[in-house]
Design a protein around this ligand. Structure first.
Ligand SMILES: [Zn+2]
Length: 602
């Protein structure tokens, strides 16, 4: 099915060789599982064709066994118990689980090219010693038998979620860890982000005939299945179980959910994918899950237009999991808590936006959670602003508030912190979501709105399907804007330096006036400066940073001399009498996350 992957690649217009020296691993999964819906278990066979495109010889490989986290004493339980946070403490839930409700993944056998090989289960990671080292450019086939006990839903995946959905199956199979130019990423599962290998998935799920299955991937022979996918072939008589075969080409993950009470709606999008909605056939959901469907279509179309075209033929919104979580070609969203469709919109817009950053660009979320959560939060606020006609000047104003609140706590950690190792849950949220979102809107202030839009589209075109890193993104912004921007990435993402620019003084000198600005804290920023005159007129000025080596498109603004970061003060003359000046304002629209806005005007 590599051809399928190549087609997808072609469809979004990238070439695998666009970046010299770039490589990535490739993993094609063929899986078949047999589900016992009474006991919430399944046995499975997995055949994994793994291609080593790296220049390195691999002696070992690693798999994630996520469900081993869902039991007392696991790393997830300990991390949660020791977290400096009272919210979302999974430890209590994990400790109170009956043994029957613990999760478990057992590897029954593992062969490399037909030869049994050694492995060791270290909780959520399977360590495998290859019998034959995998040379650069070579492929190997790993055949595995496994048995899984589905845990109670504590976080994201499991059985019987709060809406009563039977199976919320995310991260449900032994999943190969990613190996890239920074080596293996065999992160134990501590409850946060993911990273996976691109490839083709061919998954067959045998399950009780009454269950409707929603999944990543295209259902094969839908006329033999029915369940809302197609009109059932009248010649087909289902036995006790139905085998559902899904093919998902060019993805780095595969999720599914199943329930005997799912309603399944299909909504086609013009020039876009078929949108599938799966939700429980129960009172309050029936209305809200119908009413929000046109908005879900609008969001997907909005992101397709503003980032890059969604390249698959299908996208599913599935009632499953807890809260909202993004997966390949689908999202899991809970119904309870969102019985009003307007409340559903925020989470839907966010989860669909994730498709571009978590799924299609597929940054290593564990290392760079902000490039996923932050970028997603930014564009989802922009989409909501448009869809609901909110007319906000700063669509992600909530992110500024969240970031500034956390800064004032004095507990901020840099964005470079590993997602699992933030000291505070709140810190992870304020950093990854809020500071990450502000990263983009503030970049728009630095390089101009139009350049920000171009940067997002260029970034997607250049880096979709390639696990981009922070420098890959900022280079896109540099190439689009022609400005030097590494200072912005470094100081915003790698440090906790703060922004505080001030109008220090306005000094009248006869027919002219000196305006003195001051940089109060360490973080550099160019300046948009508005001077309002007593007669009601005004003039916008732009002061670039010298180290930007240029300026953003000016519009109606007047360009002033650049400001060298090392100089704490900046002075310029205005040939106007001081008495004629009403007010001088730094960043009048509020796009910089200035820690003290009070001194921005005088
Ligand atoms: Zn998110």
């Amino acid at each position: 099915m590599k051809n399928l992957f190549a087609l997808i690649a072609f469809a979004v217009g990238f070439s695998m060789n666009a970046q010299a020296g770039y490589w990535q691993q490739h993993a094609d999964y063929m899986m078949a599982i047999d589900v016992d819906v009474e006991n919430f278990t399944y046995s499975g066979e997995q055949s994994l064709a793994y291609t080593n495109n790296s220049p390195d010889t691999l002696q070992r490989v690693f798999y994630h066994l996520y469900y081993n986290a869902f039991k007392p004493g696991s790393g997830l339980e300990a991390a949660s118990r020791n977290a400096y946070s009272d919210k979302r403490n999974m430890s209590k839930n994990l400790l109170s689980l009956e043994k029957d409700d613990w999760g478990d993944v057992k590897i029954l056998s593992l062969k490399q090219d037909g030869v049994l090989i050694k492995y060791a289960t270290k909780e959520t990671i399977l360590e495998v010693a290859l019998a034959t080292p995998l040379l650069p450019g070579k492929s190997t086939t790993l055949d595995m038998s496994f048995f899984v006990k589905v845990p109670s839903l504590v976080r994201r995946a499991g059985k019987n979620n709060s809406d009563g959905v039977a199976f919320s199956m995310a991260q449900w199979y032994p999943k190969l860890c990613e190996y890239d130019d920074q080596g293996w990423h065999a992160n134990p599962y501590l409850g946060r982000e993911f990273y996976g290998v691109w490839g083709d998935f061919d998954v067959t799920i045998s399950i009780d005939k009454d269950y409707t299955v929603a999944a990543s991937g295209y259902l094969q022979s839908p006329e033999k299945i029915g369940h809302g996918y197609a009109v059932l072939d009248p010649d087909v008589v289902h036995g006790e179980k139905i085998s559902w075969r899904f093919i998902a080409p060019g993805v780095h993950d595969f999720s599914w959910a199943a329930d005997p009470e799912y309603i399944h709606d299909v909504v086609p999008i013009k020039d876009g994918p078929m949108m599938h909605f799966f939700y429980k056939n129960e009172g309050p959901y029936l209305k809200s899950w119908k009413e929000f469907q046109p908005y879900a279509v609008e969001f997907l179309t909005f992101f397709s237009n503003n980032i890059g075209k969604y390249p698959y033929k299908q996208y599913s919104v599935i009632m499953a999991g807890d809260g909202g979580m993004e997966y390949a070609m689908c999202t899991f969203i809970t119904g309870s808590g969102y019985s009003d469709y307007r409340r559903l919109l925020g989470v839907t817009s966010h989860e669909i936006a994730h498709t571009w950053f978590q799924f299609l660009l597929a940054t290593n979320e564990s290392k760079h959670a902000w490039m996923d959560e932050g970028f997603t939060s930014y564009i989802d606020d922009v989409a909501l602003n448009a869809a609901l006609n909110l007319n906000k000047t700063v669509p992600n104003d909530g992110a500024y508030k969240g970031y500034l609140r956390w800064v004032s706590s004095g507990l901020e950690e840099p964005l470079t912190t590993h997602a699992d190792r933030f000291k505070f849950n709140q810190g992870y949220g304020a950093s990854s979501y809020d500071k990450g979102s502000v990263f983009l809107s503030q970049l728009g202030y630095i390089i101009g709105e139009e350049n920000l839009s171009k940067t997002l589209r260029f970034y997607f075109k250049k880096w979709a399907f390639k696990h981009p890193r922070p420098y890959d993104f900022i280079r896109c912004a540099e190439l689009v804007s022609g400005l030097e921007l590494d200072w912005y990435l470094m100081d915003w993402a790698q440090t906790t330096k703060q922004i505080d620019y001030q109008v220090n003084s306005i000094i009248g000198e006869g027919s002219s006036t000196k305006i003195v600005l001051k940089r109060g804290r360490q973080m550099p920023m160019p300046i948009d400066l508005l001077v309002v005159f007593k007669d009601g007129s005004s003039q916008l000025f732009n002061i670039p940073l010298t180290m930007m080596r240029g300026n953003k498109p000016l519009g109606k603004a007047v360009l002033l001399d650049s400001w060298s970061w090392a100089q704490p003060f900046y002075v310029f003359d205005l040939s106007v009498e001081k008495e004629n000046i009403q007010e001088v304002v730094i960043d009048p629209l509020g796009f910089t996350a200035d820690v003290n806005r009070k001194n921005n005007r005088l």
